[in-house]
Design a binder for this molecule. Structure first.
Ligand code: DP6
Length: 353
């Protein structure tokens, strides 16, 4: 059997200025710009292998296995869009260079896995689609310009466009209707602020009730607060966040991160009917971090579309933060290496602040 194959991994990113809302749901064009920190691939990542073979047509055409379970490709419009875009680019290359093997028309088998819970608000779609698009680009030997690939990954899942880069990454919303200016750009590389660390507290690894895709469009349709956020708040916050990152100003970075997480969840509450992503443990962690910061900002919390907390802090504060969280959630083990809390069912047993 003749085949071509590529394997890649892609990291998770956690937004500090959140993307929530689309102005175009097919091209995935957002209603505001966003900014994230890409986490180290050693800890959380998606891994994808794609094989293209002329023989696969007789074996059911394009097929996908996600965490070992076969899923339908044809019913997944976003995956189809990523395949279509990368195949079109490969076809153009083959037309320009007749010596290239004509693999754009071969069916593919895609195997993708995450080493963390899928769809629990841990940005699995971000690393998953970034990985898919990067692996397709490798397979088809496309030019690996991360910003250009981000425009394809964006059509898989909006937040995925930011996982094409390491470090600090902005997704510029753009203004064009064709989306050609809605892309990710790196604000600072991963080497810029080595002292900044992220701790992920897995409050629950259950699949979330309302998907981001569904939730954000209910917000666009019903929330007046979202209009205020996208017009009056985010444009200035993006500038302030970029300045705080460039200056490695942790207190300012932390303040903006927590304010943005709070406003994102306020916008969810302002959606009608309301959407709740945080639970009692999530809110308890907010109170613990707020109390910890009373004498000066030493940590920042942020929550995506799920109950799990991500805590950003300078490296030297992390042992204290583990100890603090273990005090309020005794028995809940925070693994120093992975930054993951192992017991998702632990409940607060000490009085909360
Ligand atoms: C709360 O990228 O998952 O994590 O574009 O519909 O796939 P789709 O949504 P998705 O939304 C992520 C929302 C968020 C904030 C963020 O990552 O910026």
């Amino acid at each position: 059997m003749t085949f071509f194959e590529a394997t890649c991994t892609a990291p998770v990113n956690i937004a500090v200025v959140k993307y929530w809302g689309k102005r175009d749901t097919t091209l995935i064009l957002p209603t505001n710009s966003s900014l994230s920190v890409t986490l180290s691939q050693d800890q959380l990542h998606s891994k994808t292998t794609i094989r293209a073979s002329a023989d696969f047509e007789a074996q059911g055409g394009d097929r996908l296995w996600l965490n070992g379970i076969e899923e339908s490709i044809q019913s997944n419009k976003r995956l189809v869009a990523c395949l279509r875009e990368t195949r079109a680019q490969r076809k153009a290359m083959e037309q320009a260079d007749p010596a290239l093997p004509k693999i754009h028309s071969w069916a593919v088998h895609i195997c993708s896995e995450n080493n963390f819970p899928t769809a629990a608000g841990l940005a699995s779609s971000a690393s998953g689609y970034a990985c898919l698009v990067y692996t397709l680009a490798k397979l088809y030997q496309l030019p690996l310009n991360a910003s250009d690939l981000s425009m394809v990954a964006r059509q898989g899942s909006g937040s995925a466009c930011r996982s094409l880069f390491g470090g600090f990454v902005a997704w510029e919303m753009g203004t064009r209707d064709d989306g050609l200016d809605s892309r990710a750009v790196q604000i600072a590389p991963e080497t810029h602020w080595p002292d900044l660390q992220a701790l992920i507290c897995v409050v629950s690894d259950a699949k979330k009730g309302t998907s981001s895709t569904e939730g954000m469009q209910h917000t666009v349709k019903t929330s007046p607060l979202l209009q205020h956020r996208i017009k009056e708040v985010v444009p200035q916050r993006m500038k302030d966040m970029i300045a705080a990152i460039h200056a490695k100003d942790f207190p300012r970075f932390a303040e903006l991160t927590m304010q943005d997480s709070n406003q994102f969840h306020a916008v969810c509450l302002d959606t009608y009917p309301p959407i709740f992503y945080m639970n009692d443990i999530s809110r308890a962690i907010i109170r613990i971090i707020t109390e910890y910061n009373r004498t000066g900002i030493k940590a920042a919390y942020t929550y995506d579309a799920g109950p799990n907390a991500v805590i950003y802090a300078p490296k030297e504060n992390m042992p204290e933060i583990y100890a603090l969280l273990n005090h309020y959630f005794p028995g809940a083990v925070f693994d120093d290496q992975l930054g993951l809390r192992n017991d998702p069912r632990a409940v607060a047993a000490n009085p909360l602040p």
